[in-house]
Design a protein around this ligand. Structure first.
Ligand code: ADP
Length: 363
């Protein structure tokens, strides 16, 4: 009997090196109204999923060449495929390493010989969970996206007030307006980072490159942040005469904005932020150094990962997405980003952009 279920059009990729198992599972699932695709190896599974991402993967563990755990790890390290639920298949006679199965990102497992009703129930459960997750993500995305417009209006109004009423308002009131505008700017930046990280992660961001003078762009960002500097000094030092490079100006400006606002946020009053731009024939290097608290070595990689922050949960503010955005944006330009930092001395965030651009616009 065919299932009249909302997931009946869900696409399931079945990976097993034994053709008889593939046929059995495929028949069983198509009878229940699912679309299936069958492949005999992990390599083919990755190719098939990249061509047409499935809704769920049934993955045999014991396969020659690449075993199921390794295949799963590859799926989980691919931004476009990592959210697809993977259910492992193992023979009752084999001992499945359950901890490893979950550690590499599997959500469940079924055993051979198959109990059809059980396989069906597990598949259906994880498809339902995934559908709910997707709905939640879409809703969050929509809310976040729709917050940007009213915030941009508030920003504009605050800026106008600061400019027009500069003479009539007291210094204290003006400082309050500046503080409000700064918070709104931070919110808009956070929203843009969240939206861009999800777009770039899904490979949906196309770079709009145009030739630009990097030092001029940086000086413009510094000037826009001047009201937030307070007693900190910010210097820009550009060496080399060929500072023009083809970048996506909007994205690159926000990379610099993120690095500068972090530097200002973490540098105590009276401290310094120095930005250095250096160019060679093949690369342009930008470094944003501060005299803040510095970052312990174990966090140097982690802060560039999604939600990666220093310290424990209760002390955290912000989203932990600003540097993830910077990394994705710099890598989309074919560049690299990193940090040199020592606790107690300060941090130097650096990025390197290649000058040459390939036909895909990446490097
Ligand atoms: P957020 O600022 O929203 O937390 P980021 O991705 O911009 O997100 O930064 C991640 C973390 O890296 C911050 O929470 C902070 O712990 C650390 N960090 C970033 N920049 C600096 C800096 N200049 N000095 C010290 N720590 C920093």
């Amino acid at each position: 009997m065919k299932a009249t279920h909302p997931q009946q059009a869900s696409n399931i990729l079945i990976v097993d090196d034994t053709p008889a198992n593939l046929l059995l599972l495929a028949r069983m699932l198509t009878e229940r109204g699912y679309k299936t695709q069958t492949v005999l190896s992990g390599k083919l599974a990755l190719l098939a999923a990249r061509a047409e991402p499935p809704d769920l993967i049934l993955l045999d563990i014991a396969m020659p060449e690449m075993n199921g755990y390794e295949v799963c790890e590859q799926f989980k390290s691919d931004e476009a495929l990592k959210e697809i639920p993977v259910i492992f298949i193992s023979a009752l006679s084999e001992t499945i390493d359950k901890v490893k199965a979950f550690r590499v990102g599997g959500v469940d497992y079924v055993t051979k010989p198959f109990q059809f009703e059980e396989v069906y129930a597990r598949v259906q459960t994880h498809l339902n969970l995934r559908r709910l997750e997707k709905l939640r993500d879409e809703l969050t995305h929509m809310v976040i996206h729709d917050l940007r417009n009213p915030l941009t209006v508030i920003f504009g109004v605050l800026e106008l007030l600061e400019l027009k009423e500069a003479k009539t308002l007291s210094a204290g009131t003006l400082a309050l307006l500046t503080a409000a505008r700064r918070s709104v700017t931070e919110m808009i930046n956070m929203i843009s980072s969240i939206l861009d990280v999800s777009k770039m992660g899904a490979g949906e961001m196309k770079l709009q490159r145009e030739q630009c003078e990097i030092d001029a762009l940086i000086r413009a960002v510094v000037a826009a942040n001047q009201p937030f500097q307070e007693s900190r000094t910010v210097t820009v030092d550009a060496t080399g005469d060929a500072l023009s490079v083809a970048v996506d100006v909007g994205l690159f400006r926000r990379v610099i904005q993120n690095l500068l606002s972090n530097a200002l946020k973490y540098t105590p009053a009276g401290g310094n932020v120095s930005i250095a731009v250096a160019a060679s024939a093949s690369e342009i290097r930008v470094e944003v150094a501060d005299t803040g608290p510095g970052i312990a070595p174990e966090y140097h990689q982690r802060i560039f990962e999604k939600f990666g922050q220093v310290g424990d949960r209760h002390n955290r503010v912000g989203t932990g997405l600003g540097l993830t955005f910077c990394k994705l944006a710099v890598e989309a330009h074919g560049g690299r980003i990193g940090v040199d930092s020592e606790v107690g001395k300060g941090s130097a965030f650096w990025l390197v952009l290649p000058r040459a651009v390939d036909s895909h616009g990446t490097s």
